[in-house]
Design a protein around this ligand. Structure first.
Ligand code: AMP
Ligand code: MG
Length: 400
């Protein structure tokens, strides 16, 4: 009796249990986009650092409409006035200009009548009108960004406002993608009999880089035991994660498993109750993780999404984005697999506040076009017959 296949959830737990956080490094803000923050960032000082004007106008004291005030100075952004405001006076002020000493409000320029050297206020002014208080955005010492946050544009803006110039981020995982198969030709190369183009190489590199990895140029391994072992040996020595596609099934020309065993890579699992993706292999040597993904391009993309993506996130200390994916209602009936969970490529549509999952064309593991325009994976539990339209299914990310 062959042992029962492990579930997607069990496989993912084993992957995460084998994954150790990478060390941190410091990078200038200009190089920090898409990196994962390693430590919390606190505001170095109050932001804004001083009370300032929200409008172009005049710094004045509160009071009724129809006051005549003499313009005695100017406070521009970056160039505060040194004059202290007294009764009967106004100080010209720009947006972002510091509120001068003695002033308690700003009247916008469209609410005054300006003549040579003086203004008449057209509206009453209350204390604090159009004044941005010191520390309204951040207080000194506030935690502005948490470790584990992915640094996008807003996070970079907030980090700079908080006073940061260099950011402590997780080192990028070094990834080597290898494609096995005598049938594989480089992109654009003419095909001889029985040959196909290596879609997996560039696709897996793109997927890994999108998760923050830095990838060595993808390699190709022939279906030959010695060459497979040599290629894997080099990859394992120089990578945090090796992703090898194809050659992990049980055919006479599948050399990846014996080669990895010979290289001292500990097998953690082989085969998952999953369609597509059953032959998925995972192991490690030291801190280096090795994923053997099935060769069919859809299987490779699906198993990358389910197993490699969470590992790359965990290496960088990033939370799993699965939490953002909830459930959806299946739009059409789907034939179940009796023993394995199916990961269906679906498009998502909103329908009366519910999310509908629409199978994205033919689902064969060789149909690479079924990935085009797919928004997510929908998990179809194993069973007999069909899962009916309207059933609730769990969604998983399908990164691009
Ligand atoms: P394998 O897992 O090596 O048995 O391969 C399963 C199927 O995927 C076969 O039809 C292979 O030709 C195909 N295949 C394997 N590697 C690739 C690749 N890098 N790009 C496209 N198809 C592949
Ligand atoms: Mg093969």
């Amino acid at each position: 009796m062959p042992a029962a296949l492990i579930t997607i959830a069990q496989a993912r737990e084993l992957v995460l249990a084998a994954t150790q956080r990478l060390e941190h490094e410091s990078v200038p803000i200009a190089e920090a986009r898409d990196r994962v923050l390693g430590v919390d960032i606190r505001a170095a000082a109050d932001v804004p650092p001083f009370p300032c004007s929200a409008m172009d106008g005049y710094a004045v004291n509160p009071g009724p409409a129809d006051r005549a005030l003499a313009i005695v100075a100017e406070s521009r952004a970056g160039l505060p006035a040194s004059h202290t405001l007294a009764d009967g006076e106004a100080i010209r002020i720009s947006t972002g200009g510091a509120i001068p000493a003695g002033a308690a409000a700003v009247i916008p320029q469209e609410n005054v009548q300006a003549a040579d050297g003086s203004i008449v206020t057209r509206i009453p002014v209350r204390p604090g009108d159009h004044v941005r208080d010191r520390g309204e955005d951040m207080r000194a010492g506030d935690t502005v960004l948490r470790a584990g946050t992915v640094l996008g544009a807003p996070e970079l803006g907030a980090a700079v406002a908080a006073g940061a110039a260099e950011l402590t981020v997780a080192r990028r995982p070094r990834v080597q993608v290898l494609s096995t198969g005598d049938e594989l030709k480089a992109p654009g190369e003419p095909l001889g009999p029985g040959e196909i183009h290596n879609s997996n190489g560039p696709m897996l590199v793109a997927l890994a880089e999108h998760q923050g990895a830095t990838c060595a140029p993808p390699g190709r391994l022939p279906d030959d035991r010695a060459a497979t072992e040599a290629g894997l040996a080099h990859a394992i020595e120089n990578s945090d994660v090796v992703i090898v596609s194809g050659g992990v099934s049980v055919g006479p020309h599948d050399h990846v498993k014996p080669a990895l065993a010979n290289l001292g890579v500990e097998e953690i699992f082989w085969r998952v109750a999953l369609q597509p993706g059953k032959p998925t292999w995972f192991g490690r040597r030291g801190a280096t993780l090795v994923f053997g993904l099935p060769g069919n391009p859809v299987s490779a993309a699906v198993t990358f999404s389910l197993f490699v993506r969470p590992a790359l996130a965990a290496l960088q200390g990033r939370g799993d984005e699965r939490a953002l994916y909830g459930e959806a209602v299946l739009a059409t009936a789907v034939a179940r697999n009796p023993d394995r969970m199916q990961a269906l490529r679906v498009r998502l549509e909103r329908d009366n506040g519910r999310l509908r999952a629409i199978p994205n064309g033919p689902q064969g593991s060789h149909i690479v076009t079924s990935l085009l325009g797919a928004d997510a994976l929908a998990l179809i539990p194993p069973g007999q017959g069909e899962l009916e339209a309207g059933a609730t299914v769990t969604l998983e990310p399908l990164p691009r």
